[in-house]
Design a protein around this ligand. Sequence first.
Ligand code: HEM
Length: 411
Amino acid sequence: MKSFTTYSLLALLFISFESESADSRNDFKPRKMKTNKEKAIAINKAVQSGDAESAAALVTENYIQHTPNVPDGKGGLRILVTKIKNKEIPAPKINNVRVFEDGEFVILHHDVNWPNRKAMFEIYRFENGLAAEHWSGIADHPETTVNGHSMVDGPTEVADKNLTQKNKEFAASCMQTVLINSQFDKLSEFYHPDIIQHNPFIDNTVPGLLKGVEELQKKGISIEIKKIFKVFGEGNFTLVCSEGKFAGKHTAFFDLFRIEDGVIVEHWDVLQEMPEKMAHENGFFKASLYKRIGGYDAIAGFVDLAFPRVSVHPQLQKYFIGHADNSKYRQRQLIIDKLVSTLEGPTIYLGRPLDAVHKGLNITAEEWNVFMQILTHAMDERGIAGDVKQDFVETFQNVFRSVTVESEMSK
Ligand code: HEM
């Protein structure tokens, strides 16, 4: 049902980067720009025109880059723009069609010519008046579309600002119900029957969408959206960024909804394949949990704090009676290796499969809860908080619980 680029032009263009160019000294005095929206558009314009200093003056020193093939930091942005200036890569022609703002985030929707027509989303996060983080998604725009609309046309004006939160929740719920839980029969609870569609391969209206999905299924093309990264919104516009698989390939989904009177009346999207290798370690949407938690030492420190407490807890100590010190050291190392590799760190786990190790111990759901309490207290003590704590707890619940608790193991 979605348009799909097999790879972005960026992937082809920015494969090799040299060190920062000599003319990239930070001597540019930024013009006075009031709003983050103006600044986001100005960065984009500076990139197009090859003005490295103007672009660099509007971003933080540690600017976090998520565009797959652009290197990290202010330096990485300078390198990209300098290459455009020197015509080592073609200058993109970008027409910004839509812009909206959600707190510290600015969202741009562009009509791009680079060198063929493309649709693109960019998201900037601002910190103290400078862009501190940047994400993007880009997809080819076919010459003709099934629905007669382009991938970017339609209303641009932000309205109903008082409904921002409600609309964000509605769009997220639509994504969760229809695409993540695959309940296509619930589509009409979210979509207006005459929805205007901008995905080039799908027709307008709800029946048009269902027909498009059916045709994809017939061709054996599957869409699996696995998790929502973030929902951005202002008034009637809501952008849901999520990741999953399209036709078996790891894909980022950017879905923009326009909501009117409590239903989705218009939809635009961009799908981009998420490459395995990027020019930075920040991930397409976010860095690996391994990196965000603080790497190997942070994980080993956490294990050394939490797991000795597990083995002496009155309700859990019975599992560890009679283990020689050497077995405990071995087990400690294996637990660290398992955690590091699960969180996408550079370790290979060489222990036995976890279900085989725990099966027959008869660990109960109640004991698992005690275990998780010990772990979450240890996370608090180690300063593992916010998103990182939430993702770490989810990893234990989603990955390890079913191979530890007896009643939840597959027979
Ligand atoms: C209630 C929670 C848990 C209890 C009571 C528990 C208990 C045990 C026990 C008794 C062993 C030794 C088994 C044997 O050598 O026969 C073991 C091994 C192990 N456990 Fe757990 N475990 C728990 C949760 C976890 C979790 C969440 C992980 C995830 C990293 C984990 C990773 C391991 C590893 C890597 C080994 C060693 C594997 C090997 O020897 O090849 N355990 N566990």
